[in-house]
Write a protein that binds this ligand. Sequence first.
Ligand SMILES: [Zn+2]
Ligand SMILES: [Zn+2]
Length: 156
Amino acid sequence: MSLPNFPVEGGCQCGAVRYRLTHNPLSVYNCHCKDCQRFSGAAWSMSMLVRDEDFAVLQGRTEQYAKRADSGRVVEMHFCAHCHGWLFNRPPFPGIVVVRAGTLDDLDWAAPVGNIWTGSKAAWVEIDPELVNFSGQANDRQPLYDAWTHSTRKDN
Ligand SMILES: [Zn+2]
Ligand SMILES: [Zn+2]
């Protein structure tokens, strides 16, 4: 997968909220957890991990929802205040924003390199065994970072 020329942009469905990504993300992968299924209305959601300093909301206002995970950790979820599209999360660890990759204007370059929470995936979803897969939370995200670095280096 070849990388685009950064910065790239994305936004919500109504166009009120726009964001910019100034550098290559750390990784892109699919999450099959039940929360992502409920929030996205789909079988999984695409997570794009970016460094805080590489991410900026350019315009629009987001509404926040504090989601408490089973672990007790609170994830700050951001939705467009107007159309309520799900845009990004701020996880309980600093320095990282988890952007919903489907909100990128162009996501041709953002092919997921792995899957997390495959233990709760829909039975009919097939997981590519060549990818970096976790049955639950990826407590060590380094393999997902490494796979992204590797996949984006190939064509460059
Ligand atoms: Zn909107
Ligand atoms: Zn999830």
